[in-house]
Design a protein around this ligand. Structure first.
Ligand SMILES: *[C@@H]1O[C@H](CO)[C@@H](O)[C@H](O)[C@H]1NC(C)=O
Ligand SMILES: *[C@@H]1O[C@H](CO)[C@@H](O)[C@H](O)[C@H]1NC(C)=O
Length: 386
């Protein structure tokens, strides 16, 4: 293990799974199969490591570049459900039931459920439902929400009032509960925030590896001023933003959930016009099933998305596959589409390199959120993207 002082250009990342050959300029040498500390850039996949002779720059290193974190993806964490007072009772309870569900006795990374109602005139407390197991905590949380619904909230009066969800997230992190790091937040909402600047909250969420999943109702009239803020927040936390013009529950179905919470590959891709993009490859640590969630555009109303095709290929195994979606397939009405879809069992991961490509057809600029998710993790957090 080597640690050396920071440079302006690169942050300290941990280089994991050094597999085989390192090509140093024209020579090649073997480091072996272990982890080391060094500077690397998770997007360029460029490397600076100290193998005992001072810092050396390598052209090629068969390794995975990850940030050193406060917690690992498998550490016990919270499932935090935040639901807006704008939604009716059955909308939010159904989402909670379906999204947080595990069978009694099933192993899970989640240790506790926490809940809060927001977008109320008087702010309500975030409650961690302390219990011996996540299974019991989740049931206690459900009963708590039913009891709370007996006591209807004071909703905001005006459609222009912004959602206070960003404040809720800040209070969640600042609670310093021992299960904060690595938690999954599911937000069921309708009203958008009035803020656009999310720099500070994103930094706090990233420090704690908190994944923000959003299920939002996007029917007119729109409440709050900046719907793109939530899409941006999901993008920056390797989360997911699912919008439905019809029913908030159907939005939540396309997102990662408690059963398969691990994000093993995550990209936010800015696209416009038509084209093909060759995406970063990934090396999976072993054999497991991988599901796919894709958000095709940042609102339900924009006319930008026409079609996309996401494909994978594995040369070593001779395996390949793809999914294609058109605007027509996501259409809800003349004006609106669902912004996302999910493909269960999209591919079977094997401990080899997978290549991905994206073909796209858009009439305007938009950002696509691509997430490969799984019931099990890959030993490290996938790097964030700005
Ligand atoms: C969950 O399983 C435990 C242990 O088998 C059992 O004691 C408990 O009653 C079960 N809870 C429910 C709600 O079924
Ligand atoms: C893009 O989609 C539009 C609308 O469906 C279609 O007319 C056009 O031919 C497509 N362009 C390409 C290059 O496939």
């Amino acid at each position: 293990m080597f640690i050396f002082s920071n440079t302006a250009a690169m942050k300290l990342y941990s280089i994991l799974f050094v597999l085989a050959a390192i090509l140093k300029f024209s020579d090649s040498c073997l480091i072996g199969d272990y982890s080391l500390d060094g500077f690397c850039d998770p997007y360029q996949q460029a490397w600076q490591v100290d193998t005992g002779n001072g810092i050396e720059q390598y052209k090629e290193l068969k390794a995975v570049c990850v940030l050193k974190n406060k917690c690992s993806p498998t550490d016990p964490a919270a499932f935090f459900f935040a639901y807006s007072a704008d939604l009716d009772k059955w909308a939010f309870t159904d989402i909670y039931i379906q999204h947080s569900k595990i069978d009694n006795g099933t192993a899970t990374k989640f240790a506790i459920a926490a809940t809060v109602r927001f977008d109320t005139k008087v702010k309500e407390d975030i409650v961690f439902h302390e219990s011996d197991t996540y299974f019991d905590s989740r049931l206690t949380g459900y009963q708590y929400m039913l009891d709370q619904a007996e006591n209807p909230p004071q909703r905001f009066d005006s459609w222009e009032t912004g959602s206070d969800i960003l404040d809720v997230l800040e209070r969640f992190v600042d609670s310093n509960h021992p299960s904060i790091c690595g938690s999954m937040v599911l937000i069921a909402m309708r009203r958008s925030p009035n803020e656009v600047d999310i720099l500070r909250i994103v930094e706090k969420l990233r420090e704690n590896q908190i994944t923000v999943i959003i299920a939002s109702l996007a029917t007119p009239p729109s409440y709050g001023l900046h719907p793109e803020t939530m899409y941006d927040l999901a993008a920056k936390t390797n989360g997911f933003c699912a919008l439905s013009p019809h029913h908030v529950l159907s939005a939540s179905h396309t997102a990662p959930n408690v059963v398969a919470p691990y994000i093993v590959y995550s990209l936010n891709l800015k696209v416009s016009g038509t084209g093909t993009m060759v995406l970063p490859t990934i090396l999976f640590p072993d054999t497991f099933t991988v599901h796919l969630s894709v958000a095709v555009q940042s609102t339900c109303k924009a006319k930008s998305f026409q079609s996309l095709k996401f494909s994978f290929r594995n040369k070593e195994l001779g395996a390949s596959g793809s999914v294609e979606k058109t605007r027509e397939e996501l259409r809800y009405s003349y004006e609106y589409i669902r912004n996302s879809f999910k493909v269960s069992n999209f591919l079977l991961a094997e401990p080899t390199f997978f290549e991905f490509t994206l073909d796209y057809n858009y009439t305007m600029e938009d950002t696509i959120q691509i997430r490969l998710i799984s019931e099990r993790g890959i030993g490290h957090w996938f790097p964030y993207q700005d």
